[in-house]
Ligand binder design. Structure first.
Ligand SMILES: NC(=O)C1=CN([C@@H]2O[C@H](COP(=O)(O)OP(=O)(O)OC[C@H]3O[C@@H](n4cnc5c(N)ncnc54)[C@H](OP(=O)(O)O)[C@@H]3O)[C@@H](O)[C@H]2O)C=CC1
Ligand SMILES: [Cu+2]
Length: 454
């Protein structure tokens, strides 16, 4: 009749979940599970001493709790696992989830989950949930870090655990067999794991290109002509480095996607794992994109201040004085007007789309759009952004190349390097969207689907 009775019915459909250990993690997980409608049964060394447990949960001794449920979360530190040995027979055919973390990377020879499955051979051990903190579970603050890695030998057991994860608002990711547990356990101990590669690439590119420009723009004029152009260190050179690095990074965001599509095309199936490096690269695309966006922002700000820079105004003044002394005006150059407006416009629109891409990658926004919308924005719009930004840089540079008198040997090398990866991506993408190749890919994906449902 009313909502409560409906909810009550819903609750009855959920299977009871047992949690061994009433510490921080056990309690937080129990609270979330109860909110999601699961009956929760705690197993504790002191069942009477349980004032802090979430309301609605029941507490028993370990043995009694185990008898009441088919799925068990073990919220106890690895060092204390031996209490399970006498209870071994109660685990027969049950799913046992290992959520434990260690204090150091590779602290033990075998993963905690492997150790557990030796200790309790009758249980079906699944590793998971160790990447969420008790605090995040309790506060419901899962937006930023809702990913949980799950691995185990038994597919059905894994699905059960992944369903539970989903029902409490987490995003489970299947990592394969229990052999992956080592990696899954090391993950939370790494500092910014997804950011490491993007950070190294960005820092490397930035330093190299900066140094190159330093040599060509400051050191070379000083040594050969005794001209002191050292003021370029603070604005001119950074404003060349930022767009170049940004464009290279944006290219690197979309390169693994097109490479993966070609790999599928070559293999004729999409159900074969990608090589490890490609997987890793794909996983840090978002971070690469966000760094690229930050650099694009810097480029925009540095460009906006150009008119108020004293060095620039001084040069304009000198130019005007020179022209008036010669009593002549510069020629009216339509091509020049057009190309400057063109690259500025492409830069603005490209930057606008880039910001849009950044916004849609925020978890709170991507949760609000459905999968197709997200795919559309990130892939279609992403490649259009890349196209516009590449064109922006290309037209900007060709301006200088066509006018040989402005040609400096400092500009071309980093500039041309910045165009290489984006152009490769765009050409490959162009091939991929031609009707003939596109239909081939669709066929591969459809055929794979068919095979899977057989
Ligand atoms: N805290 C966190 O944010 C996270 C924790 N984890 C993992 O969850 C597990 C539990 O962590 P956490 O809750 O923080 O730890 P706590 O120390 O808060 O709780 C551990 C619980 O284990 C039980 N316990 C302790 N010693 C023994 C023993 N000798 N024999 C049997 N049971 C024992 C106790 O429950 P009782 O008194 O009821 O028997 C105790 O409350 C760990 O493996 C940890 O790595 C994973 C991700 C995040
Ligand atoms: Cu620019």
């Amino acid at each position: 009749m009313n909502m409560n009775s409906l909810k009550g019915e819903h609750v009855h459909k959920r299977n009871a979940v047992c949690i061994l250990g009433t510490g921080d993690f056990g309690r937080s997980l129990g609270m979330r599970l109860i909110k999601a409608g699961y009956p929760v049964i705690f197993g504790s060394r002191n069942p009477k001493n349980s004032a802090l447990l979430p309301g609605g949960a029941e507490v028993f001794t370990h043995a009694d709790a185990l008898k009441r449920s088919q799925i068990i979360f073990l919220a106890v530190h690895r060092e204390n696992y031996d209490f399970l040995q006498p209870l071994c027979d109660l685990f027969d055919g049950k799913v046992l989830v290992d959520v434990s973390n260690n204090l150091k990377i590779n602290q033990y020879r075998e993963s905690n989950a492997a150790y557990l499955s030796q200790l309790v051979p009758k249980a079906i051990v699944v590793k998971g949930f160790n990447t969420v903190s008790a605090w995040a579970l309790q506060s419901g603050n899962l937006d930023a870090n809702s990913q949980v890695f799950v691995c185990g030998e038994d597919g059905e057991a894994k699905h059960l655990v992944m369903d539970i994860a989903r029902s409490i608002g987490l995003t489970p990711l299947d990592q394969g067999s229990l052999l992956a547990a080592n990696e899954v356990e090391n993950y939370p101990l790494q500092l910014f794991p997804m950011w490491r590669l993007p950070f190294i690439i960005t820092a490397g590119l930035t330093v190299l290109i900066y140094l190159y420009c330093l040599v060509t723009d400051v050191i070379n004029p000083y040594v050969t002509k005794q001209v002191d152009d050292s003021y370029r260190i603070v604005v001119s050179i950074p404003n060349r480095v930022f767009p170049i690095v940004s464009l290279i990074l944006l290219g690197l965001v979309y390169l693994p996607g097109v490479m993966a599509a070609f790999l599928q095309l070559y293999r004729g199936t999409k159900y074969k794992r990608f090589p490890n490096w490609l997987d890793r690269w794909m996983l840090c695309r978002k971070q690469l994109g966000l760094v690229a966006l930050a650099f694009a922002f810097l480029h925009v700000f540095y460009t906006l201040i150009i008119p108020i820079r004293y060095s620039v105004r001084w040069k304009w003044m000198q130019y005007t004085i020179k022209e008036s002394k010669k009593n002549q005006t510069a020629e009216y150059n339509q091509w020049w007007f057009w190309s400057v407006d063109l690259y500025l416009a492409m830069g603005i629109v490209g930057f606008g789309l880039f910001v849009l891409l950044g916004i849609t990658s925020l978890p709170s926004v991507s949760n609000a759009v459905n999968w197709r919308e997200f795919q559309f924005v990130q892939s279609k719009l992403g490649h259009v952004t890349l196209l516009l930004c590449t064109a922006h840089v290309f037209v900007y540079g060709s301006n200088r190349f066509l006018d040989i008198s402005r040609y400096k040997w400092g500009l071309p090398l980093p500039y041309m390097l910045s165009l290489v990866i984006p152009c490769i991506v765009l050409v490959l993408k162009l091939i991929l969207i031609t009707p003939c190749v596109d239909s081939k890919i669709t066929r591969i994906r459809d055929r794979s689907h068919g095979r899977r449902s057989e």
